[in-house]
Design a protein around this ligand. Sequence first.
Ligand code: G3P
Length: 478
Amino acid sequence: DGDVFKYYADGEWKKSSSGKTVAITNPTTRKTQYKVQACTQEEVNKVMDTAKTAQKSWAKTPLWKRAELLHKAAAILKEHKAPIAECLVKEIAKPAKDAVTEVVRSGDLISYTAEEGVRILGEGKFLVSDSFPGNERTKYCLTSKIPLGVVLAIPPFNYPVNLAVSKIAPALIAGNSLVLKPPTQGAVAALHMVYCFHLAGFPKGLISVVTGKGSEIGDFLTMHPGVNCISFTGGDTGVSISKKAGMIPLQMELGGKDACIVLEDADLDLVAANIIKGGFSYSGQRCTAVKVVLVMESAADALVEKVKAKVAKLKVGPPEDDCDITPVVSESSANYIEGLVMDAKQKGATFCQEYKREGNLIWPLLLDNVRPDMRIAWEEPFGPVLPVIRIGSVEEGIHHCNASNFGLQGCVFTKDVNKAMLISDAMETGTVQINSAPARGPDHFPFQGFKDSGIGSQGVTNSINMMTKIKTTVINLP
Ligand code: G3P
């Protein structure tokens, strides 16, 4: 009934003294696939102590050496892409090819971060005093970026590897130590990824992984006095983390309701292709998925027909067969999605396909003529169900987008780039994509959510900077 995996502390793989484990349910079979340790609060305390000690000498390790180790970890990770991808298939039902892509993308992200780190951390500032009124040139100011200390990384289930390394690599290159709390679904993939860092030869205690129930160690971790920075991606748990956390830098990405605004002059084939990719890849379980289509009434019939034709071609089934639509992560998630669908049905949305569900597997569904009184107009299903709202004006589309409590990304389709720029400026989201579906990558682009979608900016460069503080030394001349 599932292999049992150890947690990682002080450079060793350990069983928890709790004697308890947490089961990971395969979303496809709905049976226990793996088990991980249910770590205790005392074990968390120990990990924090070793992280603090390890960080002190890591901060003194030359930058080029830190980079060298990261490059090594990236190479090993890519060598291990097959077994890690297999975990992703079993734990989170990610389609087989996408699972491999996630690992390879993660290796690239680590290497890029190492390169970017040696550049931006290798530079400081030099200021002179007489540029400010009333001063002579009697002070020389030198600045550098120094590590924060211990970074706590909490990635979500949908990218347990990629959204872990997007926190780990910047933290390490900047001289921090790292404590990872992986999501339960995806924990084994994350443990295997950290095994690659272990093989690369990072110092003991610099990276740790604690697994267990959020209800037992979640608050304990995020409120721990030993934590100097939290980087979290996930749902509204992030809101409560930000309220409870101490006076430390926070980087949070908490979901979205990305709108796709379609103007009359848009290339509807391009729009349809992007709606399929944006709305249905990984069965809609992406923060940046297209979650509402706002299309001008005059283009709506034609667009809906084109999307319908493409939905009909999506392959639905198990992730092992590399299907486009695979089971959603859990039964409770499937139930939530179904709740949104039933609400829309009751309130009169047009079903472009029949609603169909078997276990956690939900067939792709396009809902036309959705109105603002339906829950799905505002809530994120995190599943393969996409609402279409017909709009009478661009202003109406912008208004709907900005009325959302989320503000992650959005997209606009039009051939008129001037109009697109004005719409982008009007949309209150961290990013607007012109003529393409929302996406976080390439991973060095800045990535940030406005409003309830998060705080701080991610992307390689911003994450490195965010995980440092500025240290200034002033030389006072006689
Ligand atoms: O859902 C996580 C978010 O970061 C999306 O990433 O690469 O699918 O756009 P991506």
